[in-house]
Ligand binder design. Structure first.
Ligand SMILES: *Cc1c(COP(=O)(O)O)cnc(C)c1O
Length: 387
């Protein structure tokens, strides 16, 4: 049997018969309905209310990261992180090319310049060894600030992304950030419930961002959060996401240009109900990843991405690596014809028109993963219940 047909046969066998079958679908039940209804009944549906506070407290309790500020989406959370990292016009921000465009867009919102780095195959995140060699080659420290010698611009921050939920090599990357005096930001939009060395993703960075978009492991409809262990950064995050309004019984005074980025209470109610499902969801997704691994073990022409060493991954999306781009496209075409809506990786950001002039290192592993990768349907409810 040709490779495409073998893969499709495995998918047909493993997955429920529902078609079309998307990559990641939300699961909403009676507890979601109860909390959203309670929120409606309270009348507090907008940017103030008990569910926003409760959602933030539950996020800090779950992740062990001391402060959380809920935002309107993950992109706004990342934008807030960049503002608080003092990323301003003309600064460079290091980030992977193999990520969702939402990682890089907020860099542009600050009139800063994304500088793309290559990834590695075990974690799918930034390759620390290549990054260290590259920075040693192209940078110099001037009065405590890291400069790109080729562009003469300061490199202000390093944004690490936990791609598809797999924790990046944070110990090495945090060391590099410290050595080069870069503010470390973690884009943990895909990695709620993912841990390295028993530390939740997002806990190495000065700042980190979560997303609760509809396709993430849990959803608040739309939503995000800024995480930090620094109380002063947390205070500023809250302040600038709520229009930089000063606390006062009646006066409407603002002391900076702020943003209307606060998560509405209505969305936070949904988020609270979903967060309660997370432990169960994680077990189901671990089970689904195991079922995929068992199903594909005989098919030696393809590889299923596995959990990195010393990590517990949330297995947000399961990744299958094909031999080459031709086989990838053959599979995508045939699967879509069968209404199984597989997806390739995001087109690497350095290949998109708006980032065509952005600096980058050579990106062989990014390009190889993009050429070979296909994401499989990964909703938690797809895990077959053991009989
Ligand atoms: C989803 C996502 C974002 C953006 O989150 P939104 O809530 O959709 O704005 C940013 N980065 C990554 C890696 C993501 O997957």
């Amino acid at each position: 049997m040709a490779l495409t047909e073998s893969i499709l046969a495995i998918l047909h066998d493993l997955l429920p018969s529902q078609r079309p079958l998307g990559l990641h679908e939300p699961e909403l039940g009676s507890s979601e309905k109860a909390l959203v209804t309670d929120c409606l009944d309270s009348g507090w549906v907008s940017s103030v209310g008990q569910y926003v506070d409760r959602f933030e407290q539950e996020l800090t309790a779950y992740t062990g990261i001391p402060h959380a500020t809920a935002t309107i989406n993950g992109t706004a959370a990342l934008h807030t992180c960049l503002v608080l990292a003092n990323v301003t016009a003309g600064d460079e921000v290091l980030l992977p090319s193999l990520t969702f465009v939402g990682s890089a867009n907020p860099v542009i919102y600050q009139n800063a310049i994304p500088h793309f780095t290559d990834c590695e195959t075990e974690t799918l995140g930034i390759d620390p060894q290549r990054l260290a060699d590259y920075l040693q080659d192209i940078t110099e420290l001037r009065a405590g600030t890291c400069y790109n010698r080729h562009t003469d611009r300061p490199i202000r921050a390093l944004m690490v992304v936990h791609v598809l939920g797999h924790p990046a090599r944070m110990n090495e990357l945090a060391e590099i950030a410290q050595h080069y005096r870069l503010t470390l930001i973690e884009d943990a939009a895909e990695s709620l419930g993912s841990w390295r060395d028993d530390r939740h993703t997002g806990s190495w960075g000065h700042l980190a961002a979560l997303s609760f978009n509809g396709n993430k492991i849990i959803t608040s409809g739309g939503g995000g959060a800024v995480l930090t262990s620094d109380p002063e950064l947390a205070r500023q995050a809250k302040h600038i996401t709520t229009t930089a309004k000063q606390s006062h019984p009646w006066a409407l005074e603002h002391d900076a240009t702020g943003y209307n980025y606060r998560l509405p209470n209505l969305n936070a109610a949904l988020g609270c109900a979903q967060l309660a499902q997370l432990p169960k969801r994680l077990m189901q997704k671990r089970d689904l990843a195991r079922q995929y691994a068992e199903a594909f073990v005989e098919l030696t022409d393809v590889q299923l991405q596995t959990e990195p060493a010393n990590c517990r991954s949330n297995h947000w999306l399961n990744l299958l690596l094909l031999p080459n781009a031709q086989e990838r496209d053959r599979l995508l075409t045939a699967a879509h014809a069968a209404k199984i809506l597989l997806r390739p990786f995001w087109t690497p950001l350095h290949q998109l028109p708006m980032f065509a002039d952005a600096p980058h290192m050579s990106l062989p592993q990014t390009e190889a993963l993009f050429a070979r990768g296909v994401c499989l349907p990964s909703s938690a409810q797809l895990a077959k219940v053991a009989t």
